[in-house]
Design a protein around this ligand. Structure first.
Ligand code: DQA
Length: 147
């Protein structure tokens, strides 16, 4: 099984960036934890982070034929990007949306996601742990489809 993890703008600054909102784990820490879990489960992980919307779209388009599913924290693009939504609609890769913070308890403009209704599900508010919860959920979802 192959899974891609897609991280959007400013997530490269995790750990230093608003730790009271996003926690003190760096993106490297989260990547290591996801990879450790994936190794145990025999799942291959391709990890991406970009600050660019166009590059994010390119990464989504390249998932076709490469990944069985994806974990997606599109960061601020979550709330704004029709282009990223369209890319997921085009490739039809099942994905779980992840947010470190509980976006539904934040400012009004963060409470809406342009991806959530086309995601398998959403995990929000558990910090870096959310990536691991979302990983389990995605793998379970993909395995249930194999049966
Ligand atoms: C975020 C929430 C977004 O609103 C914000 O723009 C981010 C991070 C999260 O993981 O909590 O950059 O996606």
């Amino acid at each position: 099984m192959h899974i891609a993890v897609l991280n959007g703008p400013n997530l490269n600054l995790l750990g230093a960036r608003e730790p009271e909102v996003y926690g003190t784990d760096s993106l490297d820490d989260i990547e290591k934890a996801v990879r450790a879990k994936a190794d145990i489960e025999g799942v291959a992980v391709a990890w991406h982070q970009t600050n660019g919307e166009g590059e994010f779209v390119d990464v989504v388009q390249a998932l076709r034929g490469e990944a069985d599913g994806a974990l997606v924290n599109a960061a601020a693009f979550t709330h704004t990007s029709l282009a990223i939504r369209d890319a997921f609609l085009a490739v039809r890769i099942p994905f779980v949306e992840v947010h470190l913070s509980n976006i539904f308890a934040r400012e009004a403009e963060r409470r809406h996601s342009r991806l959530a209704d086309i995601a398998v599900g959403v995990v929000a508010g558990f910090g870096g742990l959310g990536y691991l919860l979302a990983f389990d959920a995605l793998v379970a979802h993909l395995k249930s489809r194999e049966r």
